[in-house]
Design a protein around this ligand. Structure first.
Ligand code: SF4
Length: 385
């Protein structure tokens, strides 16, 4: 029967792990991640609790990719950061040829923190730069300056293999010229990876409230689309591969950890609000700090949500995440992974979107066209109807 045979092992055996460090200097206006700002006195307790959660593994679990995100992991002082890195080295040892990413904010990336990360085999730094424009950084309530980005990138590149910059476009009041300037500045730094995100107004954030109350006005869709198209043109002409809707890498510099998510393979997750996905079951930890600390320290699971997807839902989800990738959905590996035939599952929708020039189908795989990438979110919905 479709969808029920023994599936490929990437569903079953996670070789990727995410660890969440929620602490930040301040809460940026647009951010809806699990963040704890201005509560640094809780960091040591948090590391205690994280250690308890990791001990739930019972034995060390080797991983090929490890991603420490946040929050701002580099907001921890050096003693705390070293404690974190040692904890992870114990419970999530790295396989040979590993990729180890840590997220950082430019103003926190001091030489001593860079040295600590390098000495613990970190291979990638993902920097939340967002923009080089003082006006945009203020609008986003970021606490760094363009000079912090340039300094931290230069210093990090001396010790860490790959440096990636996150940038945000579509900020109210900005123009295409502003965005061009941000991309030019980014390229001048000679880094290997760039992620570009359109600003979103997540419900409950300060920015969302400002928009609701008429204090800020979102950019019109066409300007935002032009910015996105400029990212594709500018970064690809500079030698970057556009390997996922929001991600650009020089050859050999793709983020292997994020590719696990876009393949819909299994991964582990630890820390406040962290998610894990193993054998079709997705679990999410509590986002409440007090609950997380209490549960972990008393030996209980911090998991607050658990959902086991049906084989059909798993296949549909795989389809939508794999569509984000430049290589799209490869029919044979999709069948091996999900047990479903892509065309039986979604043939009519694929044909309709190919006719609209939003998808390209060469018989082996299906992928987004340039036009399709511009409307990727609405295309995803077409497959979930
Ligand atoms: S620094 Fe990053 S994680 Fe922290 S509040 Fe700002 S956007 Fe969110």
């Amino acid at each position: 029967m479709k969808g029920t045979r023994q599936l490929d092992s990437p569903w079953l055996h996670p070789r990727a792990a995410y660890v969440h460090i929620p602490f930040c200097l301040q809460h940026c206006s647009y951010c809806d991640f699990a963040v704890v700002a201005g509560r640094d006195e809780r960091i040591d307790e948090y590391l205690d609790a994280l250690g308890c959660e990791l001990r739930g593994l019972q034995e060390p679990h080797p991983v090929a990719t490890l991603f420490v995100g946040g929050g701002t992991p580099t907001h921890l002082n050096c003693v705390q950061l070293e404690r974190l890195l040692d904890l992870l080295a114990t419970w999530l040892p790295l396989e040979p040829g590993h990729e180890y990413t840590v997220e950082a904010n430019p103003e926190t990336l001091t030489d001593d923190r860079i040295a600590l990360l390098a000495s613990h085999a970190v291979t990638r730094l993902s920097l939340g730069a967002q923009s080089f424009s003082a006006r945009v950084l203020t609008a986003l309530t970021r606490s760094h300056h363009a000079a912090d980005i340039r300094r931290s990138v230069t210093r990090a590149r001396e010790r860490i293999d790959t440096v990636s910059l996150d940038l945000i476009f579509g900020v109210p009041g900005t123009t295409l010229a502003d965005w061009r300037q941000d991309l030019d500045e980014t390229l001048s730094l000679g880094i290997g990876h760039v992620s570009t995100y359109g600003l979103t107004y997540e419900k409950g954030t300060l920015l969302w409230k400002q928009k609701r109350d008429g204090q800020v006005h979102a950019l019109d869709e066409q300007t935002e689309l032009t910015m996105y198209e400029h990212s594709m043109d500018r970064l690809q002409s500079a030698g970057f591969e556009h390997y996922e809707i929001s991600s650009f890498a020089r050859p050999g510099r793709r983020c292997r950890h994020n590719q696990v998510y876009w393949a819909n393979h299994a991964y582990l997750g630890f820390g406040l609000g962290a998610a894990r996905y193993v054998n079709g079951t997705r679990e999410v930890n509590t986002r409440d700090l007090a609950t997380y600390l209490d549960r972990c320290r008393s030996g209980r699971s911090p998991t607050m949500q658990s959902e086991t997807l049906s084989p059909l839902d798993r296949a549909r989800e795989t389809l939508t995440v794999q569509l984000r990738r430049a290589e799209g959905i490869e029919r044979m590996s999709f069948h091996a992974q999900t047990g479903f035939d892509l065309d039986e599952l979604a043939g009519a929708t694929i044909r309709r979107l190919v006719e609209l020039a939003l998808l390209a189908d060469n018989g082996i795989s299906v992928r987004l066209t340039r036009r399709g990438k511009c409307v990727a979110d609405s295309l995803t919905l077409e497959f979930l109807k």
